[in-house]
Design a protein around this ligand. Sequence first.
Ligand code: ARG
Length: 459
Amino acid sequence: KKHEAWSGRFDEPVSELVQRYTASVDFDRRLWRHDIQGSLAHAEMLNHVGILSADDLAAIRAGMEKIVHEIESGQFEWQLALEDVHLNIEARLTALAGDAGKRLHTGRSRNDQVATDIRLWLRDEIDRIVGLLGKLQLALVDVAEKNTDTILPGFTHLQVAQPVVFGHHLLAYVEMFARDAERMLDVRKRVNRLPLGAAALAGTSFPIDRERVARTLGFDAVARNSLDAVSDRDFAIEFSAAASLVMVHISRLSEELIIWMSPRVGFIDLADRFCTGSSIMPQKKNPDVPELARGKTGRVVGHLMGLVTLMKGQPLAYNKDNQEDKEPLFDIADTLVDTLTIFADMAAGIRVKPEAMRAAALQGYATATDLADYLVKRGLPFRDAHEAVARAVKACVERGCDLSDLSVEELRAFSALVGDDAKAVLTLEGSVAARDHVGGTAPNQVRAQVAAARARLGG
Ligand code: ARG
């Protein structure tokens, strides 16, 4: 079957396989709402500048309304032979509105049309993702607020380092997701420029009003160069990069949830609805959701690499390569939306086990730094204090006890500066309370950060 939209200069039809190979309607039909939105704005402008009659505009509007209804109710017949979402909708419009439908494409090309559609669609997705990042942050803030006095060991190298409060640990993720939202909104600025009017690549000979279309569609500005407008997908790559960072943060959180939930650690429990059992081992409760999120991170990062590579060899202006931008973009947006939705719900339901956290913090000499700091405050240079405490730790390791198990007299064997008040700094509470400055883990600082995050998030 010959292609109605462009087969005029062809002698033979494309093979069935080539048709399938080149068609995108199976996936780009998802852009239909934004395609119609763009077409209506274009038609309104054509009428405003006197290119399209009022009757034609009315016929296009009525036809599009019918098409919206047909697509929403599942009656619309998507045809592979019509290649993509644009030609499918245009063909149906022409069937409904006659010549008016054929006039819609005046001063426009599918090249600027698709670039417009994808930006309109991406803008909506970004807004959704930013909203979900806010919800996830609020869920974490809620749990943080209840745990400003819950002490667990903080780790470096996955070795016990210093005690921190659990709320502080969760607020670290709030910071990451806040930056992610900021990044998304920054990408949005560059997504929100109007390509329409660039036509195929050089602009159009019709007296179009691009600013008017930009206003109608809510774009901040028109793309200033027609070649650039139809050909670059850097905005999509930026979005994928920002999305990759969201997933990297989700993945790190997932890794921690998995470790914390391991029975060997037992710091938290996740609600049953985010876990699955084993068909062979009756005792299992596996953290499938965080594991899958960690896995899906690879997929999003992979799409980023795919899109960068898609772009790198393309000469100006539009090339069909760009049709390959859609599946990765759709998959990235879907993965983020689903993941963030689930994580907001899952984070809200984290069941904290403070006794297990505390028991772990009491092992591993988490307050050794506090003892060194104590000696420094009594006049010992830090390097010497470090050395003295390291020897005390070594002795404890040999005896199989903790620093706090040593008496003041025993501690004094490592430094004459150890006073009767030394034991107080070895407590977990003393250690966290001492880190009392902006960004530190002291409970009152964490409470202040909880309040500040809440104010920022408007929750
Ligand atoms: N389906 C195409 C895409 O996604 C639309 C633009 C096609 N333009 C063209 N000249 N064949 O990029």
